[in-house]
Design a protein around this ligand. Structure first.
Ligand SMILES: C=C(O[C@@H]1C=C(C(=O)O)C=C[C@H]1O)C(=O)O
Length: 363
């Protein structure tokens, strides 16, 4: 598969390759021309790649050609320890921005702001080697490599589901709070992280309660993502009949896990203060309205007969975190974290350093 993707890239044709969490097979979608398709009403079918800013268009790669294969990976080299830390200037700027966010939260209606920064590193490995290393190191993440000649190339290993929809069944996730893996230390959570994650859960439940039935929320549990831990609850339900995946995306994105709360106030703080364009970082990606045939009644004798088959559409979308943009000579890493009234600027900086290691170890 990797050779086919390399050929597609050489011919400047769009593709995406991805492996779902804990899956064996990697899937690839190859587009046969270089047109730039965008989503208009979410009834389209294809692989969606959407930016953080929901006023901007989401890109769609149609399912022109689908490949599926187990990629046997190996660790190429030792973990990359030679990368320099970000500059003192980057540190100072981020700490100041966190302080400004804490001050804003303490003096306004805003409860949470998710701040982020980017870090540029010279490219060493080839794009496909890097993808292989992501696959090798992060079996429980959604690992992807995405390319469009008119947009660029992105790769990531995200722990966060935006939403999965199978027919009318819906499943989403509330993920927040971060701890670094430490040997022989059992993770424990402070009030700050518990509240931070509860803001996300409450928001999702509130957004979904009028458009779903049978809503169920699990207790927050510790969820491991590479060398990090997060607090996570699963929220599931059934969409009412007048609702489609587009309505669900519009109600959920951007969630307080990657934007803040209340959404509009947090978003305008981010757009005016963060000082750079997040592009597709904290956007979402995945299969949109994939048609899946299912046998309607397993007891029927004639299962071949199409009358006994039902077609439903599935969508499986993930939040674009632990990701980077790949240019011919650079890897641009995007990293962030949630700020609340109790955030400590230096700890928030350390959190972004820990998160950046997820990408740095495969560079
Ligand atoms: C924003 C990021 O992660 C999000 C923020 C988290 C936090 O604030 O603790 C945890 C998981 C994600 O929902 C990121 O990884 O860049």
């Amino acid at each position: 598969m990797l050779e086919t993707l390399a050929k597609q890239f050489k011919n400047k044709l769009p593709f995406v390759a991805y492996r779902k969490p804990n899956a064996i097979l990697t899937k690839a979608i190859l587009q046969h021309d270089d047109s730039l398709h965008t989503v208009s009403d979410f009834t389209e079918s294809g692989f969606v790649f959407a930016p953080f800013d929901n006023t901007k268009k989401a890109i769609l790669l149609p399912f022109d050609e689908i490949l599926e294969e187990e990629i046997h990976t190996k660790q190429f080299s030792e973990i990359n320890n030679v990368l320099r830390d970000p500059s003192a200037e980057a540190h100072k700027k981020y700490v100041q921005l966190v302080q400004k966010s804490v001050d804003t939260i303490q003096h306004s209606e805003i409860e949470k702001i998710v701040l982020s920064r980017k870090e540029e590193i010279s490219a060493v490995k080839d794009h496909f080697e890097l993808f292989e290393q992501l696959l090798h190191n992060y079996p429980t993440a959604y690992v992807y490599l995405w390319y469009h000649p008119k947009v660029g190339m992105w790769a990531g290993a995200t722990p966060e589901t935006l939403v999965h929809v199978q027919g009318s069944t819906l499943k989403t996730m509330s993920l927040a709070g971060t701890r670094k893996l430490q040997e022989h230390v059992v993770v424990s959570w402070d009030q700050k992280e518990i509240e931070e994650q509860q803001i996300v859960t409450d928001y999702i439940v509130d957004q979904l309660k009028t458009i779903t039935t049978n809503l169920n929320v699990t207790e927050a549990e510790t969820h491991q993502a590479g060398s990090l831990f997060h607090l996570c609850s699963i929220i599931s339900g059934r969409m009412i009949s007048t609702i489609n995946i587009g309505d669900i995306i519009k109600t959920l994105h951007p969630t307080p896990a990657i934007c803040g709360f209340p959404t509009e106030a947090a978003k305008s703080f981010i757009l005016s203060e963060e000082g750079y364009d997040r592009k597709f970082y904290t956007g979402y990606l995945g299969e949109l309205n994939e048609r899946v045939e299912t046998a309607r009644n397993r007891n029927r004798k004639n299962q071949e007969n199409s009358a006994y088959k039902a077609v439903r559409t599935n969508s499986e979308l993930y939040v674009n975190l632990r990701c980077m943009e790949l240019t011919h000579n650079k890897r641009i890493l995007y990293i962030g974290g949630g700020i609340t009234k109790d955030s400590n600027p230096e700890s928030e900086w350390q959190e972004t350093l820990a998160k950046s290691q997820i990408m740095k170890r495969v560079l």
